[in-house]
Design a binder for this molecule. Structure first.
Ligand SMILES: Nc1ncnc2c1ncn2[C@@H]1O[C@H](COP(=O)(O)OP(=O)(O)OP(=O)(O)O)[C@@H](O)[C@H]1O
Length: 410
């Protein structure tokens, strides 16, 4: 066990921030600390680094109480990357990184300067700051400064790295680079990282485990899938969120829904949206619709070119309950295609079931049929029950196919 927090309470004089926290961090883990502003994340990091003493409870580092370590011993084991301050610094980049070696120097005369130099160079290389190593810190951007302090922390060669929002000044590519690099160090150098994150999606992607703090208490500890859940995030952050799956990883991702996001409530997809221009059949929707196609196509679209070379006998359309269905036939191949517009909200599961339902209905009505179809929903208004939808689609599609057959062009 790298670190153990046993029933820790405390904070500042007259202000108890943390209440009865217990958890442990294993060697080699990337352990994330999450929580709203003021929930006690920085206070907890200060206690772990020995800057603040708990009022109650105990923190053990490698099974030994933290208070038995001298400041220098702690600095040899732990490096802290604080939130970057914006004050002016009169040091160069290289001097700042070199300060990371301080805890390892013995006496007044530095005994192992070659070794120190090598470590400082390595730390600068790893964080990509060597190209501006002779510049003064105050001449750097916030993100560059963040990387310099990370280099300083690495030069300390710690066993535990404590990070307070390491990515908050970094652009997208440096965020990814820093975290990918941290993971490589974790695996190669047996480092353990404890880091505060504000970005829940990044924490979900990179952390082995997460601690979600709420008002100084443990709300939940677990892996990303367990902690980044709609219910717990909404309860702790007191806001509405929507969850979605990451397209390539089994990691939950969260998206915000602005209060002001109002779709045009009266926007309805019906016969007014249909246009036939020189044999080309279009649907022009007043709002973007979320679509899934039998060919795997998905996304948000508002203009749909359905078919070319059609005469008015080749297609049918109509509204069935709140669903607008268009069916058209390809006169050469005798295939039937369908566009189904749902005026309502279709969940992810609803889409899957609707796609399956339409495939089944087509097979039932037409036998082997390779015709294509799309399902597009406004995601506006009431949630649609996939079982009800199935019945409505069956009746609507059947009626339209019969009617195209009757029109005599086949
Ligand atoms: N030096 C201090 N003296 C007294 N109270 C403090 C001190 N530092 C922080 N606090 C209080 O302790 C509480 C927790 O602060 P802390 O900085 O740990 O929160 P945090 O979760 O890191 O917040 P943020 O997300 O805003 O960085 C806050 O209410 C804060 O006002």
């Amino acid at each position: 066990m790298m670190l153990q927090i046993n029933r820790v309470s405390g904070g500042y004089p007259g202000r108890q921030v943390l209440k009865d926290l217990s958890f442990s961090v294993e060697k080699g883990e990337l352990f994330g600390i999450l929580g709203p502003n003021g929930s006690g994340k920085t206070t907890l990091l200060k206690m772990i680094s020995g800057l603040l003493q708990p009022e109650q409870g105990e923190i053990l580092l490698q099974n030994k109480p933290l208070r038995y370590f001298s400041a220098k011993q702690l600095a040899q084991k732990m490096a802290v990357l604080p939130q970057v301050q914006s004050e002016a610094f009169a040091y160069t980049v290289k001097e700042t990184v070199a300060l990371g070696r301080y805890a390892h120097q013995k006496g007044l005369f530095q005994t192992n300067r070659e070794e120190d130099k090598k470590i400082i160079e390595e730390a600068m290389m790893a964080t990509g700051v060597q190209s501006f190593q002779n510049q003064l810190l105050q001449t750097l951007s916030g993100g560059e400064r963040q990387r310099v302090f990370l280099a300083q922390a690495l030069a300390q060669k710690p066993e535990i790295l404590l990070l307070d929002e390491p990515t908050n000044h970094l652009d997208l590519s440096f965020q990814k680079e820093l975290l990918d690099q941290l993971i490589r160090w974790l695996r190669e150098k047996e480092l353990t990282v404890i880091s505060i994150f504000h970005d829940l999606n990044i924490a979900s992607l990179y952390c082995d485990r997460l601690l979600l703090l709420n008002k100084g208490e443990v709300h939940m500890i677990g892996n990303g899938e367990e902690v980044i859940q709609k219910q717990s995030i909404e309860a702790v952050y007191q806001t509405k969120v929507e969850m979605q799956d990451h397209p390539k990883m089994p990691k939950p991702q969260m998206v915000l829904l602005p209060d002001e996001w109002r779709r045009e409530d009266r926007a309805v997809i019906d016969e007014k949206c249909i246009q036939l221009k020189e044999g080309t059949l279009f649907i022009q929707s007043p709002i973007p619709l979320k679509i899934r196609g039998s060919d795997g196509r998905s996304g948000w679209e508002s203009q749909f070119k359905l078919a070319e070379g059609l005469s008015s006998k080749d297609f049918q359309y109509g509204t069935y309950e709140k669903n607008f269905i268009v069916t058209w036939a390809d006169s050469d191949k005798h295939l039937f295609h369908h566009a189904i517009f749902v005026n309502g909200f279709l969940s992810n599961e609803g889409y899957v079931r609707a796609v399956m339902a339409v495939s089944e209905i087509k097979t039932l009505l037409l036998g082997e049929n390779e015709g294509q179809f799309i399902i597009a929903a406004s995601q506006n208004g009431q949630s649609v029950d996939p079982s009800d939808l199935r019945v409505i689609l069956h009746n609507g599609i059947k009626r339209q196919i019969d009617s195209i057959h009757r029109s005599g062009s086949f």
